[in-house]
Design a protein around this ligand. Sequence first.
Ligand code: S3P
Length: 416
Amino acid sequence: MKTLKGIIEIPSDKSISHRAVIFSSLAKGKSVIKNFSLAQDPISSLEFCKNLGVDIQQNGSTLIINSNGNFNPLKNIFNCGNSGTTMRLMSGILAGQNFNSTLIGDESLSSRPMKRIIQPLSLMGAKINSSDNHAPLLISGSELHGIDYCSKISSAQVKSCVLLAGLFADGNTIYTEPYLSRNHTELMLTSMDADIKIFNNTVSIKKSELNPINMEICGDISSASYFIAGAIITPNSDIILKNVGLNPTRSGILEVLKKMGGDIKILDKKYICNELVGDLRIKYSPHLKGCEISGEIIPKLIDEIPIIALIASQADGQTIIKDAYDLRNKESDRIKTTVAELKKLRVDIKETTDGMVIEGKSELIGGVETDSHKDHRLAMTLYVANLITKKEISIHDFDWVKISFPNFVELFESLY
Ligand code: S3P
């Protein structure tokens, strides 16, 4: 069995990278973004903005964006690849332009629900044709007006889409969500001087011109979660992860692991461009206890549920995950795929409509073929499982990790 030891820097936050390049493209003037994520999803947003005619110079992970706040599109069909964030955020912006556009995506993205954005955007006056509420989305640029919208789901992509449309709409756009989802959009728009107000789970925004930003993007807590999990479940591990984003709307996994008895310490905290950042020290934690994960914490750890399920398989007692129905609408149906793949390793895990139930202290057998279902988060979860299986496992379609984390394996290998 492997042990993880050492100090590593976690690659750049994907969610913040998308927003940094997209919002800087809307701002008038020169923005400098350092430590932009070079994973495939944020690159889809970068290419999209370039195709809108924005002058973006790239030097490694530094972007220099010179925009006049208007677009001169080089084409009108934009490929969002596998990235739901690109498609949903850009739809909000393109709905209010004076040109037409078509947004396409890969097979997985084309099967993901878009009604969640088409509905509020249509109420704002947007004209969108779709294939039964799925991509391709044909967006005819229109005059938009503000709405007061209460969403049934807590989704940062939907919230961001509506707020971005609000930047181009007459009047006030108000968006309320059941539980607070990640708030990177609100924080970044605030630091770019948008006319935005935030009250608990409600945000209101008015037509605004954005000022450019200079920012250095922190490490991605979702990418960090695989290293956190690896250290927690492999005996004698002790690692430090530098410069991890700790925004409370993203760091639900830390809350849960502390409740379960995980040995995690935050060594140093600071704010960079309104975002909380710190170093984490994580040690092997042999006395984990199962717990219930439900309600308002779910959006704060939505992307980490597959890896939390793996950690729960090593805890004492039962872990119940509920209120997470929207996991079925991710890059794969993550309730179904997580349960199916962990079952192959002999984890005692059951699927429920809106989550899963995991009985702890499973010994993982290994020696089997598993499948990522072309879902990067499942591929990484299975890689971490392989640290503690009795025999090696194989992971079909493992290279989908590049969607969010191109140097995932190299970084893990640096800790062995
Ligand atoms: C994201 C929001 C979440 C998350 C996704 C990134 C974002 O999706 O799962 O990986 O950057 O806004 P939903 O808004 O669909 O919950």
